[in-house]
Design a protein around this ligand. Structure first.
Ligand code: GLN
Length: 335
């Protein structure tokens, strides 16, 4: 009796732009190119091998370089993904995305899309026109992952350079090389020749367990980041408040430290009703509450292990639920 082949999964690729859709003048241009040029159908047509692993169709949500993402685009993308995963005919979703803010989008979707279906965010460091372009295999791996049943329930995933990273932790660490993304806590696994191999699973709240829901969101409160350095200008915090920030992410040196000449400004910011959240400018930062600064006394929040750009996403979502620093801190411990 001939075994009937397993039905191929139905995967939708939602394209937003980035280098994975980029084009350079010559094959030697691995770092000089224009992002967001190639439409999704051409990306799919360029990888005929996709037909062997999934039934794939594409949608062009945007065609932009990801440094140009806005809160409005995050919400628009989130709502589209939420609608797609509700479709019983869709088994998984891939999002092609520029790598500059890929980590913000993957974390945002991890927090707001209520599904256990795989959602895989993917980009590339070289345009498809370059020698040893990485986009084709990254996209192929992302589609394999989005159609893999064992990828269900693991939250939003990032597929880059053979690694499977969690959308929560994935961060861009270099701006030229193909091994650009990493997590402070390591990858969840790898995709190798059409198969996902798992070694870890996320433990923080995400997707189905999240209290945030894209279907109830129409906008996000303003949150801005102020970068810590020697000889800072405390007026930068005032400028963020003037720009409408409801929370300021302090991207502090080391332990999320605050210069002694800036503490009073941040205390005034908090007294004015704007939240202060201490993150760290270093890679793999980990900010302990009441270390270096008396957060309890100042009613400040610490970002835990989240880098400033990730903390900004969670802070904005937290402010849609509460204005209590204690509640915001709980969310930073749990997500
Ligand atoms: N590798 C990339 O995707 C970077 C290109 C562009 N800055 C973007 O983020 O869209």
């Amino acid at each position: 009796q001939v075994a009937t082949p397993a039905a191929k999964p139905n995967v939708v690729i939602v394209a937003t732009g980035g280098t994975i859709a980029g084009a350079g003048a010559t094959s030697a241009n691995s770092a000089t190119y224009q992002a967001a040029k190639v439409p999704v159908d051409k990306l799919i047509a360029g990888i005929p091998e996709l037909n062997a692993v999934a039934n794939v169709r594409g949608e062009q949500a945007f065609q932009i370089a990801s440094e140009s993402f806005t809160n409005e685009k995050l919400i628009q993308l989130g709502k589209r993904v939420s609608a797609l995963v509700k479709d019983p005919g869709v088994d998984g979703v891939v999002i092609t995305h520029g790598t500059d803010t890929l980590e913000e989008t993957s974390f945002f979707l991890n927090l707001v899309v209520h599904t256990d279906k795989p959602i895989v965010v993917v980009g590339s460091m070289r345009p498809g026109t370059a020698m040893s372009a990485d986009g084709m295999l990254n996209l192929y791996n992302a589609v394999v992952l989005a159609g893999t049943p064992s990828a269900r329930g693991k939250g939003v995933l990032v597929a880059m350079n053979d690694d499977i990273l969690t959308g929560r932790d994935a961060a861009k660490r270099t701006n030229i090389k193909t091994n650009a993304f990493a997590s402070p806590w390591g990858p969840l696994g790898m995709v190798v020749e059409n198969k996902a191999y798992w070694f870890r699973a996320p433990v923080k709240r995400h997707t189905m367990q999240s209290e945030f829901d894209i279907d109830t969101l129409e906008s996000l409160p303003e949150v801005q980041i102020v970068y810590g350095s020697g000889n800072m200008a405390p007026s930068m915090y005032d400028a963020a408040v003037k720009a409408g920030a409801k929370a300021i992410i302090h991207a502090g040196t080391g332990n999320g430290s605050v210069a002694n000449y800036a503490v009073d400004t941040l205390k005034k910011v908090r007294a004015g009703g704007v939240h202060v959240i201490r993150s760290s400018r270093i890679a793999d930062g980990f900010v302990l509450r009441n270390s270096e600064q008396p957060d309890d006394q100042y009613d400040w929040v610490v970002a835990h292990d989240l880098n400033p750009q990730k903390a900004k996403i969670l802070a904005a979502l937290a402010l849609t639920k509460t204005n209590s620093a204690a509640e915001i801190q709980r969310m930073f411990w749990e997500y």
